[in-house]
Design a protein around this ligand. Structure first.
Ligand SMILES: *Cc1c(COP(=O)(O)O)cnc(C)c1O
Length: 363
């Protein structure tokens, strides 16, 4: 099997140092050795989310903890605002509706961030709102939503701020405690550079109280169970976790902390700027027009008259995996992900191949 360069917003290529761990025999999850690993991982995850509370590690893809972020903190009929700026924001809406929440759906055009005025208005007109569900980095578009501004609205109220930062964490600024976030979720296959299968849930004190009142059905995704086992068993999970992945995560989160989030953000920012320049030089436009609304997770580009789908298929043949758009952008948008450990040189080579394929189409 030839390996491809994954220029995708997760999963990423797995660095050798994690593959080594993943290829080893495992340990049992009810042992002192495992507990130590999970406790150390938790300490580092707290530094990554920037929170004083423990972070639960759940064996699931990201969507599982999106569901957990709804069923653990709300009750049937609760009214929530969904800040819907793309495909993943819409997934939050669907989950909330399926569990019988009343959703105020603030939906925006692809490429646009939310408008703070709309959220303020919805809060003012609905004094019974229990939560705001928002996406930090909207992967389907390349949008970075301002979470701090939402936290300023919910901070000294009973409204919970629930944030999907699955593709946003590590590569964009995020400050759970200081921004007043109540629930934040992330996943292993994004900026943690290990395979899919683990997801993380950070919970504020305010959200812990809501968790006690919540009456929505839950079993596997009951975060109280994860907290109980972590505390009472000194670093265990309620059910058999993906042990191999946790062993790799232990190293990966340690690497993130040692490297420093600020350094990683700077590195990704520079890669993003590099891609933006290269794409503009090839006549492409950026889907997200405002610099402040662009995530360091990926770059979304399009060019009038170019059927990007064909080019994406050709690139796949030539060793590069990039992704297309969704919905009305299904054939025209290309998303270049930069979460993985990639260099400018690799991107340089990618753009040479990209330009060749583009020329074939333009004739
Ligand atoms: C990847 C991702 C998810 C979760 O997707 P899974 O496929 O379930 O891991 C959710 N939200 C965002 C913003 C994502 O990028």
């Amino acid at each position: 099997m030839s390996s491809k360069l994954l220029l995708t917003p997760g999963p990423t290529n797995i660095p050798e140092r994690y593959l080594e761990i993943l290829g080893k025999d495992i340990i049992h999850h009810r042992t002192p050795a495992f507990r130590k690993v999970l406790r150390e991982t938790n300490e580092n995850l707290k530094k990554v989310f920037k929170t004083k509370n423990d972070v639960s590690v759940v064996t699931s893809s990201g969507t599982g903890v999106m569901e957990a972020a709804v069923v653990n903190f709300f009750s049937k009929g609760d009214k929530v605002i969904v800040v819907n700026t793309g495909y993943f924001g819409d997934r939050f809406r669907k989950i909330a509706e399926i569990y019988g929440l009343e959703v105020i759906n603030l939906e925006y055009e692809f490429g646009e961030s939310y408008k703070l005025e709309d959220v303020k208005k919805a809060l003012a007109e609905n004094s019974d709102v229990k939560g705001i569900l928002a996406t930090h980095s909207e992967t389907s578009v390349g949008i970075l939503n301002n979470i701090k501004a939402l936290g300023d609205l919910t901070k000294n109220t009973d409204v919970l701020l629930v944030v999907d930062t699955i593709s946003g964490l590590v590569v964009n600024e995020f400050d759970f405690d200081n921004w007043g976030v109540d629930v934040a979720i992330a996943g292993s296959q994004k900026a943690f550079l290990i395979p899919p299968g683990l997801a993380f849930v950070a919970v504020s004190d305010k959200a812990k109280k809501a968790m006690e009142r919540s009456d929505l059905p839950k079993y596997y995704f009951s975060i109280q169970q994860y907290e109980k086992y972590f505390e009472e068993m000194n670093g265990e999970t309620p059910y058999t976790p993906a042990i191999s992945l946790i062993l790799a995560l232990h190293k990966s989160v340690e690497d993130v902390v040692n490297k420093g989030i600020d350094n990683i953000i700077k590195e990704k920012y520079e890669l993003r700027k590099f891609i933006e320049e290269k794409a503009k030089n090839l006549g492409f436009e950026l889907l997200v027009k405002e610099e402040e609304n662009r995530t360091n997770t990926l770059v979304s580009i399009y060019r009038e008259g170019v059927v990007i789908k064909t080019i994406i298929s050709a690139l796949e043949e030539r060793g590069y995996t990039v992704t297309g758009g969704k919905g009305k952008y299904a054939t025209s948008l290309m998303r270049v992900g930069i979460l993985g450990e990639i260099s400018k040189e690799q991107l340089e080579e990618f753009f040479v191949v990209f330009e060749e394929e583009l020329k074939k189409q333009l004739g």
